[in-house]
Ligand binder design. Structure first.
Ligand SMILES: [Ca+2]
Ligand SMILES: [Ca+2]
Length: 131
């Protein structure tokens, strides 16, 4: 089944869809903060600040319904990928975990670079209050 997904053609939509379904534990078609936090914990991050998770939901919840639907998930997925790269820069001993101070530095560094990205800019005022 060959289809052109326009701007998302570089991403394997089927893989992303199965990832989305795995994260959406209760199967309601949206990812809430606790589902996202659980997913991130299952990844390489042993500790992921609940505030950061809520922040991420708020950044990409474009229709403001409190959850990330599949279309919103594309942007979130890009963010998490970028975040992973940032995280590895700060996890200097590659232990898979960084302490609270290092995490704080990493978040600030990440946010300051991420908000140069056009599509995140409208949400900057939400983030600024929490960092
Ligand atoms: Ca859900
Ligand atoms: Ca939403």
């Amino acid at each position: 089944m060959a289809r052109n997904f326009g701007q998302y053609q570089a991403v394997d939509r089927n893989q992303l869809w199965s990832l989305f379904q795995r994260i959406d534990k209760n199967g309601d078609g949206g990812i809430n903060a606790s589902e996202l936090q659980l997913a991130l914990r299952n990844g390489s991050w042993t500790e992921f600040n609940p505030e950061t998770v809520r922040l991420m939901i708020g950044m990409f919840d474009r229709d403001r319904n409190g959850t990330i639907d599949f279309n919103e998930f594309f942007s979130l997925w890009e963010f998490v990928t970028m975040w992973g790269n940032t995280f590895r820069q700060y996890d200097l001993d590659s232990s898979g975990a960084i302490d609270r101070r290092e995490l704080s530095i990493a978040i600030k560094s990440f946010v300051s670079s991420a908000f140069r990205v056009q599509y995140i800019r409208p949400y900057y005022h939400n983030i600024d209050a929490e960092i």
